[in-house]
Design a protein around this ligand. Structure first.
Ligand SMILES: Cc1ncc(COP(=O)(O)O)c(C=O)c1O
Length: 422
C-alpha cells in the first residue's frame, strides 16, 4: 500500500469549517502581519505551554535565531547542542557566527545525553540548545543543572514537541526560551511557515518583540539590528483555530503508537525496546528479529514521529511481505536514513585536547543511501493524527490547564529567581 508521509488533507477535511472561518476573518480585516490575531495566538500558546510570555515569529528556525541574537551570541562563542536534529538547530548557531559543539545523544531517547555536557563546557560556551526530538522531552533537570553551574542560557528546541511533558513541565517552559515551529507537518501546523518563542522572562520577551521587527521600538526607531521575523496573521489565526484539537490529536497519536507497538510485536520482528544494551541487541538480532521499539521515558510523548531502529533497514524496506505487513498498519509509514551520529561529533574534547588547530565548525554528512551491514538505522514511521472521528476539540474542564499551570507557575517563579542570579 502506498501511503503519504502525512495526510494533511484528512486533517483539513475534519476541521475545514474552523480553518476556513479563521482565514476568512483575517481576509475581512486585511490585517496580515502581527496585530490582534497574532496576539491572541501568543496568549493561547503561552497558556498551553505554562509560560507567561509568547512571541510569534516567522518560523521555528527564526525562533532559534532570534533567541541567539537576543543573547548577543556570535563569533567566538560556543553553543552546545545535539548532532541528531533537523539542520536548523545547528544552522541557527552557525548563522550568528558562533560554533556549534556537538554532544552525543542518548540512543534510547535520541536526545542530548546531558551527562556529557559538562565536560564540553569551555570559557567560550554561552548556551545549550537541547532538542526534544520526535516529541519526547530531553532530560531538562540535568540540562538545567549544568546550565546553572556554568551560567549558561538554555534555548529549548521544542519544534517537534508542543505539549510534551515531564515532571509537570511542558516542553519549552523549562529553559530561558522555548522555540516552536508551525511548519504544516508539525503536530500543530499552520498553512505556511510560522513559529513561536515562549519565555517566563518579561525582559527577554520584550527584546524578542523588538528583534522580530528589525530591532525597531517604537516603529521606525531602530535600536538594534534584528530581522523580519514577524508572524503572519493568517498563520496565527489557523494555529489558534487548530489548538483546541491538539490534545485530541496527541491522544490519537499515542493510541497509534501503542497500536504500532502491538503490531510490530505480533509480527515477531521485535528484539526489545531502545533500552537494550548494544551487546544484547546484537546478540538477539537474527534473521527474523531485528527491530527495536521506541521507549517512552517521560510523562507525555507527543509522537511527532514514531521511530523504530532496525538492523536490516534496506531489506525491511524492500521486502514485499513487509509491504503487506505495512498495509495492515492503519497509518502512513515512511523510511528515512539516519544521519550517522559519529560523523557529527566534535572533533575534540575541548578540555582534553585544548583548542583545535583549525576551528572546527560543523559538518553534516548524509548516510549513504544503503545502510551498511551491521549498523543500526532509525526508521521513521510517521504517526497520523488519527481517524477523523477523533478530530474533536478537547473540552476544557475548569480553568484551562489548571493543574499544570499552577505547578508551572510556582516553578517558574523559582526558576526566574535562579536565572536572574545566574
Ligand atoms: C527540531 C527542529 N528544529 C527546528 C526546526 C525548524 O523549524 P521551521 O521549519 O519552522 O523553520 C524544525 C523543523 O522541522 C525541527 O524539526
Amino acid at each position: 500500500m502506498k501511503a503519504p508521509l502525512l495526510d494533511l488533507k484528512a486533517q483539513y477535511r475534519a476541521i475545514k469549517a474552523d480553518v476556513d472561518a479563521a482565514i476568512a476573518e483575517v481576509m475581512e480585516s486585511q490585517h496580515f502581519i502581527l496585530g490582534p490575531k497574532v496576539e491572541q495566538c501568543e496568549h493561547a500558546i503561552a497558556r498551553y505551554c505554562g509560560c507567561s510570555h509568547a512571541v510569534g515569529v516567522s518560523s521555528g528556525t527564526d525562533a532559534l535565531l532570534a533567541c541567539l541574537m537576543a543573547e548577543d551570541i556570535g563569533p567566538g562563542d560556543e553553543v552546545i547542542t545535539t548532532p541528531y536534529t533537523f539542520f536548523a538547530t545547528a544552522g541557527a548557531i552557525a548563522r550568528v557566527g558562533a560554533t556549534p559543539v556537538f554532544v552525543d545523544i542518548d540512543p534510547v531517547t535520541f536526545n542530548l545525553d546531558a551527562s556529557r555536557i559538562a565536560s564540553n563546557v569551555t570559557d567560550r560556551t554561552r548556551a545549550i540548545i537541547p532538542v526534544h526530538l520526535y516529541g519526547q522531552m530531553a532530560d531538562m533537570d540535568a540540562v538545567m543543572r549544568v546550565a546553572k553551574t556554568s551560567g549558561l542560557v538554555v534555548i529549548e528546541d521544542a519544534a517537534q514537541a508542543i505539549g510534551a511533558e515531564h515532571k509537570g513541565w511542558r516542553a519549552g517552559s523549562v529553559g530561558h526560551y522555548g522555540c516552536f515551529s508551525f511548519f504544516p507537518s508539525k503536530n500543530l501546523g499552520g498553512v505556511g511557515d510560522g513559529g513561536m518563542i515562549v519565555t517566563n522572562d518579561a525582559e527577554r520577551a520584550e527584546k524578542l518583540r523588538c528583534l522580530r521587527a528589525h530591532g525597531a521600538k517604537p516603529k521606525h526607531c531602530h535600536k538594534v539590528i534584528g530581522g523580519n521575523f514577524r508572524l503572519d496573521a493568517i498563520q496565527a489565526a489557523v494555529v489558534s483555530a487548530k489548538l483546541p484539537y491538539l490534545d485530541g490529536w496527541t491522544a490519537a497519536r499515542q493510541w497509534n503508537a501503542r497500536r504500532y507497538d502491538q503490531l510490530f510485536t505480533e509480527s515477531g520482528l521485535v528484539i526489545g525496546d531502545g533500552s537494550l544494551s548494544p551487546a544484547a541487541r546484537d546478540r538477539s538480532a537474527n534473521g527474523s528479529r531485528h527491530l527495536l521499539l521506541p521507549r517512552i521515558v517521560t510523562d507525555r510523548h507527543i509522537f511527532n514521529q514514531y521511530v523504530i531502529r532496525v538492523s536490516r533497514r534496506d531489506e525491511l524496506k524492500a521486502a514485499s511481505t513487509l509491504e503487506d505487513a505495512w498495509s495492515t498498519i492503519p497509518c502512513p509509514c515512511i523510511f528515512k536514513s539516519a544521519l550517522p551520529i559519529s560523523a557529527m561529533r566534535p572533533a575534540r574534547s575541548p578540555r582534553v585536547n585544548g583548542p583545535p588547530k583549525r576551528p572546527w565548525r560543523f559538518r553534516f554528512t548524509q548516510n549513504s543511501p544503503r545502510s551498511k551491514p551491521g549498523t543500526w538505522s532509525t526508521v521513521f514511521v510517521i504517526s497520523s493524527a488519527g481517524t477523523p472521528q477523533r478530530h474533536r476539540p478537547v473540552r476544557q474542564r475548569g480553568p484551562p490547564m489548571s493543574g499544570l499551570r499552577s505547578r508551572a507557575d510556582a516553578r517558574c517563579t523559582r526558576r526566574d529567581r535562579r536565572h536572574s542570579q545566574s
